[in-house]
Design a protein around this ligand. Structure first.
Ligand SMILES: NC(=O)c1ccc[n+]([C@@H]2O[C@H](COP(=O)([O-])OP(=O)(O)OC[C@H]3O[C@@H](n4cnc5c(N)ncnc54)[C@H](OP(=O)(O)O)[C@@H]3O)[C@@H](O)[C@H]2O)c1
Length: 321
């Protein structure tokens, strides 16, 4: 039986990978504190704080067919590789497309230039440092997976789900100007399946784990279809949104997935390596349908980590009229 160690496995993606690996027939162990959540049924959790001495004692003596690293902080990534590289046949580092220095060029592939790490508190810098430290120690046993925006049920960032939730609520919906804008996501289930399969091949190298590119117009059309929305969309240009304090992309008072025009390449990464290495993509409508069901189950009117509240949206709409 394949033995898989997840460094993590209690977060959103980690749990999905734990489930997928378990369902593939592997024996799955997770090393984490357990503060982010629990592990799926049938998966072993070895509790440990990886910043404490002896953190790897519970897993170091075993042999692993596959190790998957979900963290990126240098204080977690480097000691893990030092402690476990000799007992791992293959290693997958979950990185991100945020490692790329340039977000303006549509269709850029894995060879594109990376951010030069300066301040490892910054997410892209820390991810590049994690990639380099892992590559130095693991060489040709390493797969670097660079996911784009991960979406689907359970997403703790509340970004993608904003749109089906908002359309479901109905009425007048504030949207950004869609011209020259795209949306590119990867369904958490597709990503978990691919990571699991990649580890069993085993696949090495660097792969953008990204889905198909949709124009933002087509994306919003798909949201309309899935939600049965029959209200009015009110498109507001960037200057007016920014003047009203609306943020790009994520977080409070934002329009999720809205990016500056100059960053249009961020949502148009080349995903051909993902498909060529066995990645599959469920239709956007399926992802939206599952995200909508999840939004309804979690409560459409709950406080969110991303998007506009109804009051904020009302205020912006009133101001731009
Ligand atoms: N969301 C996106 O759209 C997106 C896009 C691209 C890439 N990514 C990447 O995808 C991955 C997401 O992973 P995820 O959803 O599973 O959640 P996560 O919260 O990013 O995963 C962190 C994991 O590390 C563990 N951890 C953190 N500090 C620890 C410590 N001191 N000791 C032991 N374990 C520790 C956490 O477990 P405990 O807290 O239980 O210890 C958790 O399981 C990340 O690498 C992220 O950068 C995300």
């Amino acid at each position: 039986m394949r033995r898989v160690l997840l460094l993590g496995g209690t977060g959103w993606l980690g749990r999905e990978v734990a489930r997928a690996a378990r369902d593939s027939g592997a024996e799955v162990t997770c090393l984490a504190r357990g503060t982010s959540g629990d592990v799926p049924h049938g998966v072993e959790l070895v509790r440990g704080d990886r910043l404490e001495p002896g953190a790897y004692d519970g897993v170091q003596a075993r042999e692993w067919d596959e190790v998957v690293e979900f963290a990126y902080q240098p204080g977690l990534v480097e000691p893990a590789v030092d402690a476990l590289a000799n007992s791992a046949a293959h290693w997958t580092l979950v990185s991100t497309v945020s490692v790329y220095a340039d977000n303006s060029t549509p269709g850029a592939n894995e060879a594109a230039e990376l951010v030069e790490p300066r301040d490892l508190v910054d997410y892209p810098d820390a991810k590049v440092a994690a990639e380099r430290a892992s590559a130095t120690r693991l060489g040709d046993r390493l797969l670097i997976a660079r996911p784009g925006l991960i979406v689907g049920p359970g997403d703790p960032s509340d970004r993608f789900g904003y749109w089906p939730a908002r359309f479901h609520r109905g009425g007048e919906v504030l949207i950004p100007a869609t011209e020259q804008r795209c949306v590119q996501v990867i369904d958490v289930a597709d990503l978990a399946q691919w990571i699991t399969r990649a580890g069993s091949i085993p696949l090495t190298g660097v792969v953008n784990a990204v889905g198909a590119v949709h124009t933002m117009h087509d994306f919003l059309d798909a949201v309309r279809d899935v939600t049965g929305f029959d209200g009015e969309l009110v498109a507001v240009d960037d200057d007016a949104l920014l003047a009203r304090g609306v943020n790009y992309w994520a977080g409070p008072r934002s329009l999720p997935l809205w990016l500056p025009i100059e960053d249009a390449g961020f949502a148009q990464r080349d995903g051909s390596a993902f498909l060529a290495t066995g990645g599959t993509l469920c239709p956007l409508a399926d992802t939206l349908t599952r995200a909508l069901a999840d939004e309804i189950a979690r409560g459409i009117d709950r406080p969110r980590r991303a998007g506009l509240t109804p009051a904020e949206e009302h205020e912006v709409l009133a101001a731009v009229r």
